[in-house]
Design a protein around this ligand. Structure first.
Ligand SMILES: [Ca+2]
Ligand SMILES: [Ca+2]
Ligand SMILES: [Ca+2]
Ligand SMILES: [Ca+2]
Length: 396
């Protein structure tokens, strides 16, 4: 199990992603499997080279071609950029807070908010939002977006979204070079890209390959999106968000792309609260979460757990996603200390709680069409300002 520091929180620094609806069609010969799906997407007509390959025997494609992926012609690190100066996790409240409807019932879904709200009730001293705010303000989390291939003059049209971890400590003295609350939020920030967000060849690890800015709306996805979310003192969610998408109310300025805040009365008291104008959402298969918990449990030798034990047994049952600890595994967590981590010392509590997990309402999306929810919807609000890069990425 990877124990990731807060630096990696939402740092998007792990894993390789294949994002976007369609991979760009760049070859001239069709060597792939016959197309059997109807293309229902929108976008501009595919104007690429004529396909001279084997005839496609699949269902006729009656939709508009979805191949809008621009091939960036400008250099990496040339911008335009955004700096994410606020990440908000709605924990309860109104439908408008965040972010997307994954169940086609017209109501947005956010099981992550439900989970964090529940954690807040169980452990009031663990405030995820305060932790996130602090990490962004002190530079531990400096998330940058590059709009690759975006028209540099109009800052609109098709683009790719490339994500980087950055630092404002360009001079390397250990502290940020500019004030977060004024300069960075105002779009005056100058950053350097951290190598943890780059592949061996220097290209970005995390990206939405198909995105667009149109009429002040930035949209991207849906696609797969790897993400790391630490829950301090409990666990680190290291997951791939499925059906990930971004939608943001943006305005292009000289220094980059800014979000426009959204005023939403999230607590229903008649006075609106300020939310970031960007929305990032998707669903996390529960199987991934159970895998993380079992990885954590496998580190609990102090409780008598074998390194390869499947402590938690989970999966879709006849009417719900069932979760329970293996009753044949004996847990002696009383022998664990704080040094063994929060999970090991509370493993029997976790196991006592596990069967109740499906009843909390956070497993809320069915991803395989059998009507049994098997995934947790998530949503974050983003606030962004323009930004610039100082130099090539810092050396590894
Ligand atoms: Ca819904
Ligand atoms: Ca510095
Ligand atoms: Ca209010
Ligand atoms: Ca299902």
């Amino acid at each position: 199990m990877k124990k990731l520091s807060l630096l990696m929180a939402l740092g998007l620094g792990l894993g390789v992603v294949g994002c976007g609806d369609d991979t760009a069609e760049t070859s001239t010969t069709d060597t792939g499997t016959a197309d059997t799906a109807t293309d229902t997407g929108s976008g501009s007509t595919d104007t690429g080279t004529t396909d001279t390959g084997t005839a496609d025997t699949g269902t006729a494609d009656t939709g508009t071609a979805e191949d809008t992926t621009p091939v960036p012609t400008d250099e990496q690190f040339s911008g335009p950029f955004s700096y994410v100066w606020r990440l908000q996790i709605p924990q309860s409240g109104t439908d408008a807070e965040c972010c997307f409807d994954f169940t086609a019932d017209g109501v947005t879904d956010n099981g992550l908010g439900t989970l964090i709200g529940a954690l807040g009730a169980i452990a009031p001293d663990v405030n995820i939002q305060t932790t996130l705010d602090g990490a962004v303000a002190d530079g531990s989390i400096a998330l940058l977006l590059e709009y690759a291939g975006l028209d540099e003059t109009t800052k609109t049209g098709p683009t790719q979204l490339w994500f980087y971890l950055g630092t404002n400590d360009v001079d390397g003295d250990g502290s940020g070079d500019q004030a977060w609350d004024t300069a960075l939020k105002a779009g005056e920030g100058i950053f350097q890209v951290q190598p943890t967000s780059l592949a061996a060849d220097g290209s970005p690890l995390i990206k939405f390959e198909s995105a667009e800015i149109d009429s002040n709306t930035l949209s991207a996805g849906p696609g797969d999106f790897p993400l790391t979310i630490p829950i301090p003192g409990l666990l680190t969610l290291d997951v791939t968000i499925k059906q990930a998408q971004i939608e943001a109310d943006v305005r292009p300025e000289a220094s980059g792309i800014f979000t426009n805040d959204a005023d939403i009365d999230s607590d229903g008291d008649g006075t609106p609260e300020v939310w970031g104008g960007g929305k990032l959402g998707g669903v996390i298969p529960v199987d991934q979460v159970i895998g993380i918990l079992n990885d954590l449990a496998n580190d609990c030798a102090c409780a008598g757990i074998a390194p390869d034990a499947a402590v938690i047994i989970a999966g879709e049952g006849t009417d719900q996603y069932d979760v329970a600890c293996d009753p044949t595994i004996t847990i002696n967590d009383g022998a664990c200390t704080d040094a063994d981590g929060v999970i090991c010392g509370n493993l029997s509590t976790v196991c006592g709680f596990a069967p109740a997990l499906p009843t909390l309402g956070l497993i809320d999306v069915d991803t395989n069409g059998n009507t049994i929810p098997d995934a947790i919807s998530v949503g974050l609000r983003l606030s962004m300002s323009g930004a610039a890069l100082a130099a090539t990425p810092v050396a590894p």
